[in-house]
Write a protein that binds this ligand. Structure first.
Ligand code: GDP
Ligand code: IMO
Ligand code: MG
Length: 426
C-alpha cells in the first residue's frame, strides 16, 4: 500500500501528465484535488496523444478508479465534452466519480474572468486561461458558489442560479458594461448537463479513505504548479487554488498523513505562460530554440510559453513548501544541441547581496538577477536512453549538479514525450 502525489514544481506544464501516467499504471485509484479545466496534461501512449484537462489521467487504464475531489472547480459542458471525446476513442467512464462538493463554473464566471482581464491595465493583466477559474473560486470563498450537489437537484439549482445569476448580471452590466447572461437559458442548459453528471456524483473523501483502508495504491494527480499556488506562487500572477502538496489533502478530503511520497515534476529548463516576473527568462535565440525544440506552446490555450534556464532557487522553494521526497526532471532531450547550459544557483539583489531563497513578493523577485553556473552542453539524441549510465557524461553531470543544488533526489529523467521515454533512478 502506498500513495503518491505528483506536483508541479515550477510554473506548470512540466510534463506532469507523463509522470502521472507512469505512476497511474500501478495505481488502483487516481484523484484530482484542485484546479479545473485550466490544466492541460499530455499523455503519449503507444503513439496516441491524449490531452486531458479535468478528467484524471488514470482514465486511460480500464480498471482504475478515477476521482475528482471537492477542491476542483468543474465546468460541466467542458467536462461532458471531454468525456464524449475520449469515449469516441474507446475510453470507458464507468469508474469516474466527482465529489458532490465540487464547485460548478457558471457562464458568469468565464465572462467575468474575460471582462476583468480586459479591464486591467496592460501591465496588470494576469494572462488567465479564461476558463472562469478565479471567479468560481472567489464565489466559493464568498460562500455564494453552486456545487455539484445543487446542480443535480433541479429545485435547489434553479433558485440558486436565479438569485446569484441576477447579482452577477449587475456586475457584468454595471461594472464592466458587458452583455448579461441569459439566466433561463443557462438554467435549462445546466440542468440537462446535471442530468448527465448525476451518475458520477459521489463522496470522494469516503472513497479515498476506503481505498486507503483496503490497502490500495493511490495517486494524487496535481494540476498547475507551486509557483502558481495562490499563497506560495508569484502572487498575483497565480491561479486561484492550492497546487502545492497540502492542497491534495484539502481537495480530496483526507488527512495530510495519507500521502506517502511527493514527487515534484520540473523541466530541465523553465517555462511559464501568462504574465509575471521570471528571473531566468531568455529573450534571445537560445530561448526561441528551446521553445521550438520543446514545442513550448500551451496545451490549453495554444499560447507560446516563455522559456528560460533552469532555476534552482525555484526548485529549493518547491522542495520546501511541498515536502518533496523526490524530483522528476523532464525534457532533458530538449537541451540537446543548444551549447553550454546554465543553471541559476542564486539571485543577486540590487544592493549586490546574494539571495538563496525564493523571495516572498514579486516586487523583490522582479529586482533579482540570476547568478549562473555554466555546464558543458551535449549534442546527442538521448531519446533512446533508458538508464542513467547510457546518458552522455555532460547530461549525467547536469542532472547530478541540479540534484545537489535542489537538495533533493532526482528520481526520474524524461528523455522524450512517450511514456517509455523515462529513466528511473534508484
Ligand atoms: P503538464 O501540464 O505538466 O502535464 O504538461 P503539458 O502536457 O502541458 O506539457 C508538457 C509537454 O511536454 C507535453 O507536450 C508532453 O508530451 C511533453 N513531454 C513530457 N515529458 C517530455 C520529455 O521528457 N521530453 C520531451 N521532449 N517532451 C516531453
Ligand atoms: P497545468 O496543470 C501552466 C496559469 C495561466 C495564468 C495563471 C492564472 O497544465 O500545468 P487561471 O486561468 O488559472 O486563472 O490562470 O495560471 N495556468 C497555468 N499555466 N499550466 C497550467 O496547468 C496552468 N493553469 C493555469 O496561464 O498565468
Ligand atoms: Mg499543461
Amino acid at each position: 500500500m502506498s500513495s503518491t502525489a505528483v506536483i508541479g514544481a515550477q510554473w506548470g506544464d512540466e510534463g506532469k501528465g507523463k509522470v502521472i501516467d507512469i505512476i497511474a499504471a500501478k495505481a488502483a485509484v487516481v484523484v484530482r484535488s484542485q484546479g479545473g479545466n485550466n490544466a492541460g496534461h499530455t499523455v503519449v501512449s503507444h503513439g496516441e496523444t491524449y490531452k486531458l484537462h479535468l478528467i484524471p489521467s488514470g482514465i486511460l487504464y480500464k480498471n482504475t478508479l478515477c476521482l475528482v475531489g471537492a477542491g476542483v472547480v468543474l465546468d460541466p459542458a467542458d467536462f461532458i465534452g471531454e468525456i464524449d471525446n475520449l469515449s469516441a476513442r474507446g475510453i470507458s467512464f464507468d469508474n469516474l466519480r466527482v465529489d458532490y462538493r465540487a464547485h460548478i463554473i457558471m457562464p458568469w464566471h468565464t465572462l467575468i474572468d474575460r471582462l476583468s482581464e480586459e479591464h486591467r491595465p496592460d501591465n496588470a493583466k494576469i494572462g488567465t486561461t479564461g476558463r472562469g477559474i478565479g471567479p468560481c473560486y472567489a464565489d466559493k470563498y464568498e460562500r455564494v458558489g453552486i456545487r455539484l450537489y445543487d446542480l443535480i437537484h433541479p429545485d435547489v439549482f434553479r433558485e440558486k442560479a436565479r438569485t446569484i445569476g441576477k447579482l452577477k448580471n449587475e456586475i457584468i452590466t454595471k461594472i464592466y458594461g458587458g452583455t448579461p447572461v441569459d439566466i433561463d437559458k443557462t438554467i435549462a442548459e445546466y440542468l440537462a448537463l446535471g442530468e448527465k453528471l448525476k451518475g458520477y456524483a459521489a463522496d470522494v473523501s469516503v472513497l479515498v479513505h476506503e481505498a486507503r483502508k483496503a490497502g490500495k495504491t493511490i495517486m494524487f494527480e496535481g494540476a498547475q504548479a507551486t509557483l502558481l499556488d495562490i499563497d506560495w506562487g508569484t502572487y498575483p500572477y497565480v491561479t486561484s487554488s492550492h497546487p502545492v502538496s497540502a492542497g491534495v489533502a484539502l481537495g480530496s478530503g483526507v488527512g495530510p498523513n495519507s500521502v506517502d511520497e511527493i514527487i515534484g515534476v520540473a523541466k530541465a529548463y523553465t517555462t511559464r505562460v501568462g504574465a509575471g516576473p521570471f528571473p531566468t527568462e531568455l529573450f534571445d535565440q537560445t530561448g526561441e530554440t528551446i521553445r521550438q525544440n520543446g514545442f513550448e506552446f500551451g496545451t490549453t490555450t495554444g499560447r507560446p510559453r516563455r522559456t528560460g534556464w533552469f532555476d534552482a532557487v525555484i526548485l529549493r522553494h518547491s522542495v520546501r513548501v511541498n515536502g518533496l521526497t523526490s524530483i522528476a526532471v523532464n525534457k532533458l532531450d530538449t537541451l540537446s544541441g543548444i551549447g553550454d547550459l546554465k543553471i541559476c544557483t542564486a539571485y543577486e539583489k540590487p544592493d549586490g547581496s546574494r539571495l538563496t531563497e525564493f523571495p516572498p513578493t514579486i516586487e523583490e523577485l522582479a529586482e533579482c538577477k540570476p547568478i549562473y553556473e555554466t555546464l558543458t552542453g551535449f549534442d546527442d539524441d538521448i531519446g533512446a536512453c533508458r538508464t542513467f549510465e547510457e546518458l552522455p557524461t555532460a547530461c549525467q553531470a547536469y542532472i547530478k549538479r541540479t540534484e545537489e543544488l535542489c537538495d533533493c533526489k532526482i528520481s526520474m529523467v524524461g528523455v522524450g514525450p512517450d511514456r517509455e521515454q523515462i529513466i528511473l533512478r534508484k
